[in-house]
Design a protein around this ligand. Structure first.
Ligand SMILES: Cc1cc2nc3c(=O)[nH]c(=O)nc-3n(C[C@H](O)[C@H](O)[C@H](O)COP(=O)(O)OP(=O)(O)OC[C@H]3O[C@@H](n4cnc5c(N)ncnc54)[C@H](O)[C@@H]3O)c2cc1C
Length: 495
């Protein structure tokens, strides 16, 4: 007699939950995803406002081309087939008050030449940087393939091990300190605007871009997520939208299903939470399955601060402008209680699907403070007033650099940390979960909870640094783990 396939409930249809669903279906499990929003993707999203699509996520997607082995995972998930990827010539550009511009070219040779022109006194450090980028271009993502594949990856990574050791504890700020040229030193420090952002993470990012393996998927982030949703549905998966899980039901220290906000119960043989870690552990499971480390993590580990995203639909063609530009403003902007001397603007003119012809979708974002917004309260008068104030300042700042633009703004939208919290459930509106620092770079966070069986966690709250590839990989890895526990051979094709 044929054994009935085990059932799995997955909480959240972000990239991690969708991936777990796909691999679960590929391996003969009966999966069901419950998602609180009415769309797939979680943080990997975009939104339509009066003819403009504002993208809220992907700037670079590791594995966007077969030059990086993670491409295979995106293929398995149906995300990249037939999708055009844009590889920018410039990663970003930072302008100074006195008219200088640091252009982070994605091509290491071009970057090297440009930096040497800007700062000939730093030729040695620039050589070191460019050499490292070329070396890190061959980094592959270990995705746990067969023996042959693992050996191949190890062969490619072996020559890099000494650099991983050498630069493992160095931050971008630490590296920037080596530049004698003040503009280069300041601009490099500002790259990720985080005090302890690991140099290794920057080198990998620049290496992938040099290799043209971290592009932008044409069509934007929501379309990318929808492709994975389609794959899941084709595989026979089941997604329920507007279905907020309020409780993970346990019996005898086993997860046996979930309860939704509407009171309905949904039983399964196993539960995977691909939702926010804090809510999963402290709300859905009421803090019943904890150890010292988990408590310490949620008390002490830094998280990515939330952001404010100002999106503008502008009746003007920005395609000749740098697509990712940071420039100084005449007076610091006062944004949610903090002063910002520069503004960072992206336009998406390279993706014609996001704005009507001759017009531009712009995104300006600021790292912000959750507590400030929480105090205002979602939807309050003070909250709305702060959004208006931010919008007015951003439009004025745009006008400084692009005269005439203030009268060309046709559509505007301001998303706050509370928007991210509301639509994705992420703790304190965090944009990527645990902050990546030189200390958390190699930190492992368990994908199970002490004392609870048949329960797993995936996504950015078990992978410091977040990002779409780790989210997708965690969905893949968890199904592999469940297959191992069930004595099944893991498969990446349809059963
Ligand atoms: C502005 C921005 C830019 C980014 N740029 C990039 C980039 O260029 N490249 C890159 O790789 N990554 C990027 N990221 C990071 C990336 O988007 C995230 O790390 C990744 O999408 C996280 O996926 P996830 O599935 O772990 O979590 P999420 O996307 O947060 O998904 C969790 C899902 O669970 C749902 N959920 C939560 N609680 C419940 C509940 N109680 N019941 C039911 N459902 C629930 C949520 O609605 C959500 O859909 C960016 C993120 C942001 C915000």
């Amino acid at each position: 007699m044929r054994k009935i396939a085990k059932s799995i409930v997955i909480i959240g249809a972000g990239m991690a939950g969708l991936a777990a669903g796909c691999y679960g279906q590929m391996n003969g499990y009966r999966t069901k995803i419950f998602e609180l929003h009415d769309l797939p993707g979680g943080l990997c999203t975009s939104w339509l406002r009066k003819g403009y699509v504002f993208d809220g996520c992907i700037h670079w997607l590791v594995g966007s081309s077969p030059a990086n082995n993670f491409y295979r995972v995106w293929e398995e998930l149906g995300a990249v087939q037939g999708r055009q990827m844009i590889n920018h010539e410039e990663f970003f550009r930072i302008e100074s008050k006195d008219g200088k511009a640091l252009i982070m070219y994605t091509d290491a040779d071009r970057l090297e030449a440009h930096l040497k022109e800007l700062a000939p006194e730093d030729a040695n450090t620039i050589d070191e940087l460019a050499g490292l980028i070329r070396k890190f271009a061959s980094v592959q993502v270990p995705i746990g393939g067969g023996l042959l594949e693992n050996l191949k990856i190890m062969g490619k990574m072996l020559p890099l091990l000494k650099y991983f050791r050498q630069y493992g504890k160095l931050s971008v700020k630490g590296f920037a300190g080596r530049f004698q040229n003040p503009f280069l030193r300041e601009s490099f420090t500002a790259i990720f605007n985080m005090p302890d952002f690991p140099m290794l993470a920057l080198l990998m990012t620049l290496g992938f871009q040099h290799r043209k393996a971290a592009g932008y998927p044409l069509g934007g982030s929501l379309n990318f997520a929808k492709a994975v949703e389609s794959r899941y549905l084709q595989l026979g998966g089941d997604i329920r939208y507007k279905a907020r899980v309020t409780e993970i039901i346990t019996e005898n220290n086993r997860a046996v299903g979930v309860r939704l906000a509407d009171g309905t119960e949904h039983r399964a043989d196993a539960v995977i939470s691909a939702a926010d870690g804090h809510a999963t552990i402290f709300e859905m499971l009421k803090g019943q399955y904890l150890d010292d480390e988990i408590q310490r993590n949620y008390r002490e580990l830094p998280i990515f601060q939330p952001i404010i995203q100002v999106s503008l639909g502008v009746g003007r063609d920005f395609s000749a402008e740098p697509h990712n530009l940071t420039y100084p403003v005449s007076e610091p902007l006062s944004i949610a209680g903090e002063l910002h001397p520069t503004i960072s603007m992206k336009h998406y003119c390279y993706d014609p699907t996001l704005a009507p012809p001759g017009k531009s979708a712009l995104v300006i974002s600021f790292v912000s403070n959750y507590a400030y917004w929480q105090k205002l309260g979602y939807g309050s008068e003070a909250y709305r007033a702060e959004k208006e104030k931010i919008l007015a300042q951003v439009i004025a700042a745009l006008e400084q650099r692009f005269p005439g633009s203030k009268d060309q703004v046709e559509v505007s939208d301001v998303a706050t940390p509370l928007t991210y919290e509301r639509y994705t459930g992420n703790w304190q509106g965090s944009m990527e979960g645990w902050l990546i620092t030189t200390a958390t770079l190699r930190k492992k966070i368990s994908d199970t909870l002490p004392g609870l069986k048949n329960f797993y966690m995936i996504g950015q709250w078990v992978h410091p640094g977040g990002g779409l590839p780790p989210a997708a990989k965690s969905g893949r890895d968890i199904v592999k783990k469940i297959c191992q526990e069930d004595g099944r051979k893991f498969s990446t094709s349809t059963p």
